[in-house]
Design a protein around this ligand. Structure first.
Ligand code: PAF
Length: 285
């Protein structure tokens, strides 16, 4: 696997592949890779001739009191994992390479209609940081296909809309959530949890499943379903950020006539914020 740190070299390498008629799949990450990320590489390999991944801990998407400094940087282990899985190019730029004039860039990319709720409400400015960096990375890599995990459901919806609205000629592919054996959604932030906290966090997925079953059984009292779920999570020692039932494309609160929905949850285990989600088809009972 070739490791590239600057954009000029990246463009040169990619141009050679493009001239040879090769298609490019791109997997952007912030590193500290786990099996979930490596599954994205597997999917990317099925989609194109060449797989490029990036590792860049994007300062622009972290809030002032968030874990930017603590976020684990594990480039050596990550590059071994990517290479073993068949990634051909790793792009690992510095912050100065991505933001030569600092993160207070004048040009920002915003998808305002999708960021009012859920993580967007709890983390103001987060998605502008995501969409701005993903646009920059897309322009640097110019992939045919880009692959993202469905764990960050709102991020995926925002990126899909951004690519559509800005006529980006890139197919966006979502990959189902990779889970630990106890159901906990795999996340780089799980590394902050103790074994006991990890075990306890299985209740997040169990609570999502319980809510899904209630919806599938015809319960349409969305408010009380959310409240019950929050009560369960709080009783298990988690601090609520949100537990919302929403339309999967608009991300607006679910309406009585909707035929599909996504249940989105974010909770705090101590100082670690964990997110998860599950999709549900609503049939008439
Ligand atoms: O999901 C992530 O790891 C990041 O938000 C992304 C898409 C790589 C942008 O920094």
């Amino acid at each position: 696997m070739q490791i590239v740190h600057n954009t000029a070299e990246l463009r040169h390498v990619i141009q050679t592949y493009k001239q040879a008629g090769k298609s490019i799949a791109f997997v952007p990450t912030m590193g500290n890779l786990h099996e979930g990320h490596l599954t994205l590489i597997d999917v990317a390999k099925e989609q194109a001739d060449i797989v490029i991944s990036s590792i860049f801990v994007n300062p622009m998407q972290f809030g002032e009191n968030e874990d930017l400094d603590a976020y684990p940087r594990t480039l050596e282990a990550d590059s071994k994992g990517l290479s073993a899985r068949g990634c051909q190019i790793l792009f690992a730029p510095s912050a100065a390479e991505v933001y030569p004039n600092g993160t207070q860039v004048e040009t920002r990319v915003d998808v305002p209609s999708l960021v009012d709720h859920h993580c967007g409400a709890s983390r103001p400015g987060h998605f502008v940081g995501v969409t701005t960096v993903v646009t920059k990375l897309f322009n640097m890599v110019q992939p045919d296909v880009a692959v993202f995990g469905e764990k960050d459901f709102q991020q995926l919806a925002v990126i899909r809309k951004m690519a559509h609205d800005l006529c980006m000629p890139i197919r966006i592919i979502g990959v189902p959530i990779s889970r630990e054996s106890n159901g906990l959604a795999r996340s780089s932030r799980n590394g902050y949890l103790s074994v006991e906290e990890k075990n306890a966090a299985s209740i997040i997925y169990q609570t999502l499943l319980k809510c899904k079953t209630s919806l599938e059984n015809g319960n349409r009292d969305f408010d009380s379903l959310s409240k019950q779920a929050i009560d369960t999570l709080e009783a298990a020692g988690f601090k609520k950020d949100y537990f919302n039932i929403a339309h999967p494309s608009t991300l607006e609160p679910i309406a009585a006539h909707d035929r599909e929905c996504v249940i989105l949850a974010a909770v705090w285990s101590g100082t670690t914020r964990l997110i998860d989600n599950i999709s549900v088809v609503l049939v008439n009972n």
